[in-house]
Write a protein that binds this ligand. Structure first.
Ligand code: SAM
Length: 340
């Protein structure tokens, strides 16, 4: 029997943040001038990550996504991937990256055993990219996607956060680009998570609005009916192209959420919106056995009742989730620390 929470949701997908550092400064995630970073000595070693993963897998975790910050900034990431890929309990091993460092690493990641890769891509326009990320790295990202497309991954996805007035006129060009790369595009509604200090309700382009715009261009599309806990709903265009929409803001999917997150310093979070988490690093470094950690994880998950995105939806959202002064006090509230 898989371990279930209070709403009968199984413990299944684990997102492992391997660093809180990032080489981009996306306006919807890291808009500030400076950040407080996790102390380096607190970052879990690969061995510690493996130990924690081994406490999760007997309880039902069989899908792992490596994220960050920017995971490709973590030195020797392929070593961690090879060690996770060698664990028979892990059926799905994926990575989310901004793509800047992907070209030189794509083949090694695949060779190490990474199954799937998702690259964040919000615009195809160099000036826009510069404005959004405060870097001039669009060419590197596109080159990284090109490298991933020929590296032999089981699937390649592109994730786009859609923001009104910023990139909402690029839905069709991005779909066409993804098609040309044989990648599946997923549009993400702009979320008011910690870190998104410039979020406003007006900047959110809803799933409904995205679908109307895409349909106006391509004609009627089909909704793909799938039994899945994956965050994206998928659609089929008349030309055979599939794409997804992750509607965490206007139509959240908390009821089927089997995801939890481990920060790079070992704090386990049950929801992207959670105010606090469970520190697994301390007991691990204090000598806790795998069984001890397992008991702790079991006790926490079995009373999980988080429905963060649904609760945010039911509020009258006039402000961002976390005020800047609180973000500055606790890096664990930041999206780039939690991992996407
Ligand atoms: N650096 C990697 C990347 O860029 O994909 C992984 C970490 S990033 C935090 C993971 C995902 O979170 C990205 O796809 C990013 O677009 C998404 N994200 C960050 N802030 C967001 C927000 N306010 N709303 C929606 N998605 C967001």
């Amino acid at each position: 029997m898989p371990l279930l929470d209070r709403f009968s949701r199984p413990l299944r997908s684990l997102r492992l943040s391997v660093t809180d550092r990032c080489n981009l400064r996306c306006q919807y995630c890291m808009p500030e001038q400076d950040y407080v970073w996790l102390p380096r000595e607190n970052l879990l070693t690969f061995e510690e990550i493996g130990g924690i993963v081994d406490a999760f897998t007997p309880l039902g975790v069989d899908r792992i996504r490596l994220t960050g910050g920017e995971p490709l900034l973590r030195r020797d990431l392929s070593v961690l991937i090879a060690s996770l890929a060698a664990r028979p309990a892990i059926a799905d091993l994926a990575l989310t990256t901004n793509g800047v460092l992907l070209r030189p690493q794509a083949r090694a990641l695949r060779a190490a055993g990474l199954h799937r890769i998702t690259v964040s891509l919000d615009t195809l326009d160099r000036e826009r990219f510069r404005g959004l990320t405060r870097t001039d790295d669009l060419a590197k990202v596109l080159d990284g996607i090109d490298a991933a497309a020929s590296a032999g991954f089981a699937s390649l996805k592109l994730d786009t956060v859609v923001i009104r007035g910023i990139n909402d006129d690029e839905l069709v060009p991005l779909l066409e680009y993804a098609k040309s790369m044989r990648a599946e595009l997923r549009f993400i509604e702009y979320m008011d998570v910690g870190g998104a200090t410039q979020w406003t309700a007006n900047a959110v382009v809803s799933r409904r609005e995205m679908l109307a715009r895409i349909e106006a261009h391509y004609g009627p599309m089909l909704t793909l009916e799938e039994q899945s806990s994956a965050p994206a709903d998928r659609f089929l265009l008349p030309d055979g192209t599939t794409f997804g929409i992750i509607s965490s803001t206007t139509e959240p999917f908390c009821a089927s959420c089997d995801r939890s997150r481990l920060t790079a310093d070992g704090v386990w979070l049950l929801c992207l919106y959670a105010a606090t988490g469970t520190d697994l690093r301390r007991p691990l470094r204090a000598g806790a056995s795998r069984e001890d950690l397992q008991r702790l994880i079991e006790a926490v998950w079995s009373v999980r009742a988080d429905r963060g995105a649904e609760e945010r939806l039911s509020m009258d959202r006039q402000t961002t989730l976390v005020p800047i002064r609180s973000l500055k006090r606790d890096a664990h509230l930041e999206m780039h620390t939690r991992g996407g």
